[in-house]
Design a protein around this ligand. Structure first.
Ligand code: GRG
Length: 295
């Protein structure tokens, strides 16, 4: 019987929370304010979508067990760092994240910068220190995470996003921004799970196609939620993208076409996994979750 997506996500979320607890330093010692700030942002109720995707990719390739946990948690640490820095006054200047004061509001700007940096570096430390995986897989995972989140991935997308604020709508620009800023880290989460499992190139190809499509769908859904969602459900301010003249999918093609495009991408993502039959039920369910979520 296919596993229910919701129970799978809840079970893996708990496993990820416990593993993050083991990987994160405690809040004692001389630098306790720093570790407190790191813990504050990591343990603030995120969906843990990226590590869950990594685990699901690891499992679809036929592996089970804890060897995926360090790379999976690394994706969440990098994600949390990006949220902390994105909320800073020099970026989006947000007061609320996941329904709580943002890291710099709770602590201060300097500590938020340092906490983000510390989470980014910790991500690589836990992957490199992973003795459960063969060294060649560790090397590939480090390269994957660095590439997808670096200048030609998330950071390049963010830089383009800032540079294009207030410019005329342009579908090519928006797909570049979304594909790099959000799509690349999400696709990398899927890929590191597959790499940890020693995936053959055909599996990696299928899962990459899935990851890239859900990555783009995720950001379109997020753009739509920014227009139609509520601040209480989202746990952060909404409507800011339009106010700032951000280049979003609904701003370029309209809300209706954007919603259709997100569903179409989810369908294409699911189709990339046809070869796995019922084994793909969890990843199929996650693709649907990504476009139908309320936060
Ligand atoms: C400033 C380092 C830096 C990067 C900027 C990825 C990014 C680029 C910034 C993070 C904020 C942002 C607008 C990301 C786009 C993707 C997105 C909507 C993230 C929220 O992800 P969820 O919904 O959040 O998975 P939770 O709270 O569930 O973890």
């Amino acid at each position: 019987m296919p596993v229910s997506r919701d129970s799978y996500m809840a079970e893996k979320r708990k496993i990820v929370e416990d593993a993050l607890e083991r990987f994160l330093p405690g809040s004692e010692g001389r630098y306790s304010r720093l570790t407190e700030a790191m813990r504050y942002s990591v343990f603030s109720g995120g969906k843990r979508l990226r590590p869950i995707l990594a685990i699901a990719a690891f499992e679809i390739v036929g592996e089970r067990g804890d060897a995926v946990l360090a790379p999976a948690c690394a994706t969440e640490l990098i994600h949390t760092y990006s949220l902390i820095h994105d909320d800073l006054p020099a970026m989006d200047d947000d007061e609320l994240r996941r329904g709580r004061p943002t890291c710099h509001r709770k602590f201060d700007d300097a500590l938020a910068i340092l906490a983000g940096d510390a989470l980014l570096t910790l991500a690589f430390e836990i992957v490199a220190g992973d003795t459960d995986l063969p060294p060649e897989r560790v090397r590939m995972i480090v390269k994957e995470l660095a590439g997808a989140n670096g200048y030609d991935g998330m950071l390049g997308g963010q830089a383009a996003d800032i540079a294009m604020e207030g410019e005329l709508p342009d579908i090519g620009a928006i797909e570049y921004i979304h594909g790099h800023k959000t799509g690349a880290p999400l696709a990398a989460a899927v890929r590191v799970g597959a790499i940890a499992a020693g995936a053959k190139s055909i599996d990696l190809e299928r899962l990459t196609a899935y990851g890239e499509r859900i990555g783009l769908a995720f950001q379109i859904a997020d753009d739509l939620l920014d227009e139609t969602g509520s601040a209480s459900e989202m746990g952060k301010a909404v409507g800011k993208d339009r106010d700032r003249g951000k280049m979003t999918y609904p701003a370029v093609v309209g809300a209706e076409s954007a919603a259709l495009r997100a569903q179409e991408l989810a369908d294409d993502a699911i189709q990339s996994l046809d070869a796995y039959g019922e084994r793909a039920s969890v990843l199929t369910g996650i693709a649907r979750f990504i476009v139908n979520r309320r936060n």
